[in-house]
Design a protein around this ligand. Structure first.
Ligand code: IMP
Length: 432
């Protein structure tokens, strides 16, 4: 059939915080629909333009573009109070959402008691805590899997009773855990106001709508959240989030068939970061790690926590490319490396006498094995053409491409919109 629509996925492929917000904002004009398929307000997609900074949590990054439909898909979880705050901020900045945003009835709700449960479960884990964002993500997805959750569609009818029932169930679990000193009265009032606020949006069977648009030849960009190594199946379990952040999650989280997926853009940083607990073989505890954090402003967009920093991890990158079927890589924040005389790249892990270049079942106890490359030691954030890249920088790009076998189609050298360099080989791809 001529003019068939397709879905491209834009995914963070390591531990999140790769800078997806900037790229999805840059790519959005090339698509008709931008859709979130997983996660919730644990995400924080930072977009900077016109001297303003926006942090999007649940709302897709296509909202800044007139004429684009934005979808919160069935694979997402949504907190009505936080959604209301986010939407109001955008509306105050002049972006009217009602026409441009549609929310799946099948997406699940995060209740105030889910957030209390998140804290209670973390406290119960003690030193093994995951270091969650505290947004109730795990408990909300647990209810989904246990078939006890509430969905967006539930707010359309007899909601009060359903809410009271699930809340009572949560209170019972909290009492059983001995976690009783919490007070959600204020939060609950705001949350219920948020539920009411959501009713003025279009709540729909977005799965059918997205497929109809595809059959009309429209192009959809599936905007990922978090990163592949935080995927519930493919991440560093149990130190993961609770949704399917990888390419498979696009199919389940939007209701589109695998054959509809075309390009998979894999976004990674030129170095590594991780927030929260869990094994991280490339983590640097020295001054180099501090320098990466300072230059890269590596502090969490949602929680403000220090991000753990290290050199680029090719073992993790190759694994993520495999499970996602990445067709194009997008390298972010390479300018953070501008001052280093030597740049290291992790090519394998070592534990005792064992060495592996494929991702082990459990990363605990593995240490990074590095190769060293010469740094370029010259500012690159002002460059806008690949021809102007210093030789050592071009070598770094070529080295990574050779190691992982996938082209780096886009390089971003500063937060500005125009600092997005589409490399020659990829120019055609950026215009679907
Ligand atoms: P949760 O998603 O709040 O349950 O947190 C689970 C783990 O995922 C924690 O280690 C968080 O720090 C991490 N995480 C969740 N969302 C993000 C994100 O958007 N960026 C980076 N890490 C995240």
């Amino acid at each position: 059939m001529a003019n068939k629509g397709k879905v491209d996925a834009l995914l963070g492929i390591v531990f999140g915080d790769e800078g997806k917000g900037k790229i999805v904002d840059w790519l959005a004009p090339r698509y008709d629909v931008v859709a979130r398929f997983a996660g919730g307000p644990n995400a924080g997609h930072t977009i900077i333009f016109g001297g303003r900074k926006f942090v999007l949590r649940s709302i897709p990054s296509g909202v800044f573009d007139e004429g684009k439909l934005n979808v919160i898909g069935n694979g997402c979880v949504i907190a009505p109070d936080l959604f209301m705050a986010e939407a109001r901020e955008l509306e105050a900045a002049g972006y009217t959402l009602a026409e441009r945003l549609v929310i799946s009835r099948r997406a699940h709700l995060i209740l105030p008691t889910h957030r209390v449960l998140d804290r209670a479960y973390e406290a119960a884990k003690g030193k093994d805590a995951v270091g969650t964002t505290g947004k109730g993500i795990g408990p909300a997805y647990s209810d989904k899997a246990a078939r006890t959750g509430l969905r967006v569609g539930d707010i359309e009818e007899d909601f009060e009773a359903k809410y009271r029932q699930l809340k009572a169930r949560h209170e019972q679990i909290l009492a059983d855990l001995g976690f009783t000193s919490y007070d959600i009265a204020q939060e609950e009032a705001l949350w219920l106001e948020g539920v009411d606020y959501m009713r003025r949006f279009r709540l729909a069977d977005t799965e059918a709508e997205v497929n109809r648009l595809l059959s009309e030849g429209k192009h959809v960009l599936a905007e990922g959240a978090q990163g592949s190594l935080l995927d519930i199946d493919h991440g560093t379990y149990p130190f993961v989030s609770s949704s399917s952040t990888t390419a498979g999650g696009v199919c389940t989280g939007l209701g589109v068939a695998p054959g509809k997926i075309d390009r998979v853009w894999g976004v990674f940083k030129a170095y590594s970061t991780r927030v929260g607990a869990g094994p991280f073989p490339v983590e640097l505890f020295d001054a180099t790690g501090d320098t990466l954090r300072d230059i890269g402003h590596e502090y969490g967009a949602v929680t403000g926590r220090n991000r753990r920093c290290g050199w680029l991890d090719l073992v993790a990158l190759k694994y993520a490319i495999m499970v996602n079927g990445v067709t194009d890589l997008v390298m972010m924040k390479s300018d953070v490396l501008d001052t280093f005389p030597v740049i290291k790249v992790c090519t394998a892990y070592r534990k005792g006498d064992a060495v592996t270049s494929t991702l082990p079942y459990d990363l605990t106890g593995w240490e990074a094995v590095y190769e060293e490359l010469p740094g370029w030691q010259t500012p690159t954030d002002g460059l806008r053409r690949e021809e102007d890249f210093p030789k050592a920088f071009r070598n770094y790009i070529a080295y990574v491409e050779r190691a992982v076998g996938v082209p780096i189609s886009i390089v971003s050298v500063s937060p500005d919109r125009d600092a997005t360099i589409v490399r020659r080989a990829a120019a055609a791809m950026a215009n679907p």
